[in-house]
Design a protein around this ligand. Structure first.
Ligand code: PEP
Ligand code: MG
Length: 584
């Protein structure tokens, strides 16, 4: 029997709900992460040097082609690329690599890698901004050469025009956001954790996916028929007839259930004892606001604006941003729109931010507000765009990744500057605009009482709060089993923040993925949270669940949860009391 056609099941992390069945299409995004090392025989050295030189020339020609095709409006970008052209023969890169092949007998890939690592190390500690950016330029050029040496092809996800299911080692949030929805049915990856931005985007795009499969790319071949069950986190390769029929039925049932709850999505989320909850949607792109409205969302609880900055070659200008923010505000009116300022870096690096060197711990690095307070001109252009748009709907401003009081004060100072700049130019903005902060770093939750004095509202970002409290990389499949929102340490921080908000009479919402997961709803209600924000598709189900709950019972359950010592007991307790209502 042909072994390749035997049905095989692999289990990973349920990334985004839904089931899809179709042909697999393997993409190697980058492909240069695993670089082979071997020693050359003496008679191979000459050929290896020639191979390196050919890769350099090809890379150089490719770059020339890119420059030729870059619109003249992007003049500054072209200038940067032209300086890259000169670096191909740079001593630090070209000569050192050849020397390394000749003297150490390394293969070209390994020689280049060691030279690049050394370059990164040298430039890392340099203060001078100009020199620092030169280091980053060398790395870019080296990446281009490496792609030619390894023969890897950089797949442009946006160009895939087949009706397929993507199979990849990893997909970045930026790549995921480029997926053509009318073609790609879903995707599976070797890497990735529960709360990764990749899975968040997939949920918004309603693309079933399973992440963290570890061996998907080695077990699945192009054109294999696969079933992706994003509800259970299972992938079935070459399913037998019986399995196919079973999953086609499951798919139909799931879609029917979704259609049923969507029919009631316009009804308010009011508990049986009359407690009303504001249920809103999280969006990454302006266009998604339609989905929030269609799914019965009361507003946009989180607009992740960084996605407007991705998949392009330079920062969006103030006017382009203004148009997008205005569009969202107008489409959502009279509902409110919480616009979060740029939360880049971490797993959302901008490829054109070339003056920043790779960080050893990106999640703990120059991310979000830290980046904005350093690059004030970029931050201020966004703040002015938001302020201008505030004249066209109900907008609130949200600062991400706050970890200390100083950051809030500094951000507000810049906001004030932008407001007076607009006043000077007689441009209108909403004088009642509210300012809030994400509570997603443990330090912010602990000093919430201090921060509350400076802001109008809090938004709990549980995705990062779990990551930073429990020291678990939210995108790492190896530690995904430890990632749990019901961990008592996380719950205590949430409780403290809610109590502080109440005491200081400021609003509090929750926009982390925790808010869109049915199992957490009685607890969040019982804690007194009145504003939930989630992926748009999840809104109808969460509203329906709220209508079936009693606030009083939820408060009792919450008290009991706070008596548990671990997340498993809390989970069991919720399952025991609410299993049927929550369809767990
Ligand atoms: C969070 O951290 O919970 C959050 C909502 O922000 P993001 O997922 O974009 O980091
Ligand atoms: Mg966050």
């Amino acid at each position: 029997m042909n072994d390749q056609l035997l049905e095989k099941r692999i289990t990973g992390i349920a990334g985004a709900p839904g089931i899809c069945i179709g042909k697999a299409y393997l993409v190697d995004s980058g492909g240069v992460d695993v670089i082979k090392k071997y020693t050359l025989a003496d008679n191979e050295i000459k050929t290896e040097v020639a191979r390196f030189k050919t890769a350099v020339n090809t890379a150089k020609n490719e770059l020339k082609e890119v420059i030729r095709n870059t619109p003249s409006a992007l003049g500054e970008h072209v200038q940067i690329l032209e300086t890259h052209l000169l670096l191909f023969k740079d001593k630090m890169l070209y000569e050192k690599t050849i020397k390394s092949i000749e003297s150490k007998k390394f293969n070209a890939e390994w020689a280049l890698k060691t030279v690049v690592d050394e370059t990164k190390r040298i430039f890392k500690n340099i203060e001078d901004e100009y020199l620092k950016s030169r280091g980053a330029d060398i790395v870019h050029v080296a990446d281009r050469i490496m792609l030619n040496l390894t023969g890897a092809v950089e797949v442009n996800i946006a160009d895939i025009r087949k009706r397929v299911i993507l199979v990849a080692k990893d997909l970045s949030p930026a790549q995921t956001s480029q997926i053509q929805l009318d073609k790609i049915m879903g995707f599976v990856t070797d890497k990735g954790g529960t709360a990764s931005h990749t899975s968040i985007i997939a949920r918004t795009l309603e693309l079933p996916c399973v992440l963290g499969l570890e061996k998907a790319t080695s077990q699945i071949k192009n054109d294999d028929i696969i079933i992706v069950d994003g509800l259970e986190g299972i992938v079935i390769i070459n399913p037998e007839e019986e399995t196919l029929l079973e999953f086609e039925q499951r798919k139909k049932d799931y879609e029917l259930r979704q259609a049923e709850v969507t029919r009631t999505s316009h009804l308010p989320a009011k508990t049986k004892d009359g407690h009303v909850i504001n249920v809103m949607g999280n969006i990454e792109f302006a266009e998604e606001v339609v989905s929030v409205r269609d799914h019965g969302g009361d507003g946009v609880g989180l607009y992740r604006t960084e996605f407007l900055y991705m998949n392009r070659d330079s920062y969006p200008d103030e006017n382009e941003q203004f148009e997008k923010y205005r569009e969202v505000a107008e489409l959502m009116a009279p509902g409110e729109v919480i616009i979060r300022t740029l939360d880049i870096n971490g797993d959302k690096a901008l490829k054109y931010n070339t003056d920043q060197l790779p960080e050893t711990n990106p999640a703990l690095g120059l991310r979000a507000i830290r980046f904005c307070l350093k690059r004030k001109e970029i931050f201020k252009s966004q703040l002015r765009a938001i302020l201008k748009a505030s004249n066209f709907g109900k907008i609130k401003i949200l600062f991400p990744m706050i970890s200390s009081l100083g950051e809030v004060i500094e951000a507000k100072k810049l906001l004030l500057q932008c407001q007076s700049e607009l006043d000077q130019n007689k441009i209108k903005w909403d004088r009642d605009i509210k300012t809030g902060i994400m509570i997603e770093v443990p330090s912010a939750a602990i000093i919430a009482d201090i921060l509350a004095k400076e802001v109008d509202f809090f938004s709990l970002g549980t995705n990062d709060l779990v990551q930073y409290t429990l020291a678990i990389d939210r995108g790492n499949e190896e530690v995904a089993h430890l990632y749990n929102e019901l961990n008592p340490a996380v719950l205590r921080l949430i409780k403290n923040t809610v109590e502080v908000a109440e005491k200081n009479n400021i609003e509090i919402s929750i926009c982390g993925e925790m808010a869109g997961n049915p199992i957490n709803i009685p607890l969040l209600l019982g804690l007194g949270i009145k504003n939930l924000s989630m992926y748009p598709h999840g809104i109808p189900q969460i509203k329906q669940i709220i209508r079936e709950l009693s606030f009083k019972d939820a408060v009792d359950l919450t008290k009991e949860i706070f008596r548990q010592n671990n997340c498993h007991d809390s989970k069991n307790l919720i399952r025991y009391k609410y299993g049927d209502t929550l369809k767990l």
